[in-house]
Ligand binder design. Structure first.
Ligand code: PAF
Length: 280
């Protein structure tokens, strides 16, 4: 596995791969790998691509008071895991090269970023789309892989790719969960043992919502949300930020489930903000 830290070297390597007729499968990450990241790398490998993984803790997608400074980082372990996962190139750019002093450009997707997490994290998705657009023009992938745990991010990136006519296929892969249902997240490392236990109310909520929709035939959103609120209220360490059922493409809130629907939630468990979602 080759480790590249310079943007120009990554670009020339991508050009050479393309000239040699290779397809590039790209997994953008902020590092501190878990099984969710590894499943994206594995999918890219299975699809037969030259696999490029980036690690970059992108400062501009963190708001003031968020966890940019403390976001977990472990490049040595990540390199080992990426190598074991059959990654061909690990791209680890420097912040000073990604955002030099004179940097002034931003990529904004409008409507889709104004709902769900966007209401509580102003500027977050602008930071994500900006860095992903930059990474796309550096790595020049044919296909890029994202996890469905960050469902809004996936929808926003698909929109950006369509709107800017980027010639890149976006693949969204299912959320990987711990045995007890907790969605894998680099931020799970922040949880104390008590908080880790309390965080299971997210998965319990998903199971209850599925049961209501699929077994009990309930379609009224307020009834499903009321049950989830009850589940969360039993956990003193948990404070929901939002619990919404929305259309999975427009992300607009629904009152009644006709066809496709997405349950999306963000909660604080102690000081840690966790998100989860599922189709209903
Ligand atoms: O999902 C993430 O890890 C990040 O938001 C991404 C897509 C790598 C952009 O920084």
């Amino acid at each position: 596995m080759k480790i590249i830290t310079s943007i120009s070297q990554m670009q020339s390597t991508a050009n050479a791969l393309r000239a040699a007729g290779k397809s590039i499968g790209f997994v953008p990450t902020m590092g501190f790998f878990h099984a969710g990241h590894l499943s994206l790398m594995e999918a890219a490998r299975q699809d037969g691509h030259t696999v490029v993984v980036s690690i970059f803790v992108n400062p501009i997608q963190f708001g003031p008071g968020e966890d940019f400074a403390t976001y977990p980082r472990d490049l040595d372990n990540d390199s080992r895991l990426a190598k074991e996962a059959g990654v061909d190139i690990l791209f680890v750019p420097q912040t000073s090269e990604m955002y030099p002093k004179q940097y002034q450009t931003s990529v904004v997707v409008k409507g889709l970023t104004e709902t769900l997490c966007g209401r509580f994290r102003p500027g977050h998705f602008e930071g994500v789309t900006t860095v992903v657009a930059k990474l796309f023009s550096i790595v020049k992938p044919h296909v890029a892989y994202f996890g469905q745990k960050d469902f809004q991010q996936l929808v926003v990136i698909r929109r950006m790719v369509q709107d800017l006519n980027l010639d890149i296929q976006i693949k969204g892969l299912p959320t990987v969960r711990e045995k007890d249902g907790l969605a894998m997240s680099s931020r799970n490392v922040y949880l104390s043992p008590e908080e880790r236990q309390a965080a299971l109310c997210l998965y319990r909520s998903i199971c209850r919502a599925r049961q209501m929709r699929e077994e009990e035939g309930i379609r009224e959103v307020r009834k499903i949300i009321a049950d989830i609120q009850k589940i969360m209220s039993l956990e003193p360490l948990v404070k929901p930020q939002y619990i919404e059922i929305c259309h999975p493409e427009t992300l607009q809130a629904l009152e009644y489930i006709e066809e496709a629907a997405l349950l999306a939630m963000a909660v604080y468990v102690g000081k840690t903000r966790l998100i989860d979602n599922c189709f209903l």
